[in-house]
Ligand binder design. Structure first.
Ligand code: NPQ
Ligand code: MG
Length: 369
């Protein structure tokens, strides 16, 4: 297809409750949406970069600039392209995976809509529902945490993930395990908050029968994760460290990733995400789909991705209402009996609520091809 025009649209959305992690507290999302118009129709993508580079090196203003200055012009220059070509065309640009992923996503959405195909048909996956997990933030006190967890259990989520950091780990995990009982799947995510010298302390989490511990150490510290994985009985899962197919392969080979969290934005797009999934299946490493507090756009695409057979653990694909009072799509993602139904509309699977979208739009800009 040939690209005609790119719309860069920024929207503002408030979270229903503040989401605190070891790297900060989020109350508000400033999201970049990209809308591509082509000779075959149009499509939308969502950039998962956050406002500030605390989780990853990218940030939304930077992604916007990278798209304008480098990524969009390169795609236009390439002429007649398919979604499957996008990552290769953009390969000369170092970094900026979330910006690249957003463009690939919009072009993929356009391509799928044009051919009347759903994303999960393209992936060839057989499931139509996927188990839904929920990520629970850090709180000022334990009672507040337990009340939130109980609410999510009542909502029917299939597994709970607790954010942890030094000073907020053993005690909250113990109390939550007592609250939810031994059968309910439970895991923790440190978002890089610990160091190698905390290995002994982290091994004290072993008694709580966790599914996994996610990214305890800095993203560059693959060796430290491998050493921790050797010592602890809780499987070590990497999130921030997995920035490409290559790092996934190396981390698995080194024993640093016993489980892999795949986030399409962090690895440069859904098609690379699929390749990482395929690698994990070949290596017998369980994978699950992470979340970046997406709108229904990213949530729909994540749900389709998670139908692939290697996604054997519940992902962070929760209901839109976990984060947002109102979503930008006409059919928000919902959780029923602990599962999310995979959207079956052509494209990535969502339709936009344009009236609401307009009401939360903070800026719009157009780039011609
Ligand atoms: C993680 N996500 O797995 C992340 C990181 C994260 C669902 O736990 C606003 C936007 C707030 C993106 C907080 C979950 C966020 C965010 C945390 C991403 O590490
Ligand atoms: Mg994580």
């Amino acid at each position: 297809m040939r690209l005609h025009r790119l719309e860069l649209r920024r929207i503002g959305l408030e979270l229903v409750v503040p989401f605190r992690t070891s790297f900060g507290t989020e109350l508000h999302r400033d999201i970049l949406l990209v809308h591509v118009t082509t000779d075959a129709g149009d499509g939308w993508g969502e950039c998962v970069a956050m406002s500030a580079p605390f989780y990853s090196p990218e940030f939304v203003d930077g992604a916007d600039l990278a798209i304008r200055r480098f990524l969009w012009p390169m795609l236009v220059e390439a002429g007649d392209i398919a979604a499957a070509d996008v990552a290769t065309i953009l390969e000369p640009i170092h970094g900026h995976p979330m910006a690249k992923a957003a463009l690939e996503m919009a072009i993929l959405d356009a391509e799928l809509r044009a051919s009347g195909t759903t994303f999960h048909q393209l992936l060839g996956a057989e499931r139509s529902v996927i188990p839904s997990g929920v990520s629970v933030g850090i709180f000022d006190d334990l009672d507040e945490l337990l009340a939130q967890v109980q609410g999510y259990v009542d909502d029917g989520y299939a597994r709970i993930k607790l954010k942890i950091e030094p000073g907020w780990d053993l005690e909250p995990v113990r109390l939550v395990r007592d609250l939810i009982g031994p059968e309910m799947p439970l895991q923790v995510d440190a978002n890089t908050a610990y160091t190698r010298t905390d290995a002994e302390h982290l091994c004290r989490l072993d008694e709580f029968d966790l599914l996994l511990i996610e990214q305890p150490l800095p993203e560059e510290d693959l060796l430290g994760h491998a050493q921790l994985a050797e010592r602890s009985s809780t499987p070590v899962c990497l999130d921030e460290s997995i920035v490409s197919l290559q790092t996934a392969e190396d981390a698995i080979e080194m024993g640093a990733a016993e489980i892999v969290n795949i986030k399409p934005g962090r690895v440069g797009g859904y098609l690379t995400a699929k390749r990482i999934h395929d690698l994990c299946v070949a290596r017998d490493v369980p994978v699950w789909c992470g979340g970046m507090v997406e709108t229904g756009i990213g949530r729909a695409a994540n749900a389709a991705l998670a139908t692939l057979p290697g996604f054997t653990l519940p992902g962070d694909i929760s209901a839109s209402s976990r984060f947002y009072a109102r979503d930008v799509v006409t059919e928000p993602i919902t959780v029923t009996d602990g599962t999310v139904s995979v959207p079956d509309a052509p494209g990535l699977g969502f339709e936009l609520d344009l009236e609401f979208l307009d009401s939360i739009t903070t800026s719009t800009d157009f780039l011609d091809a």
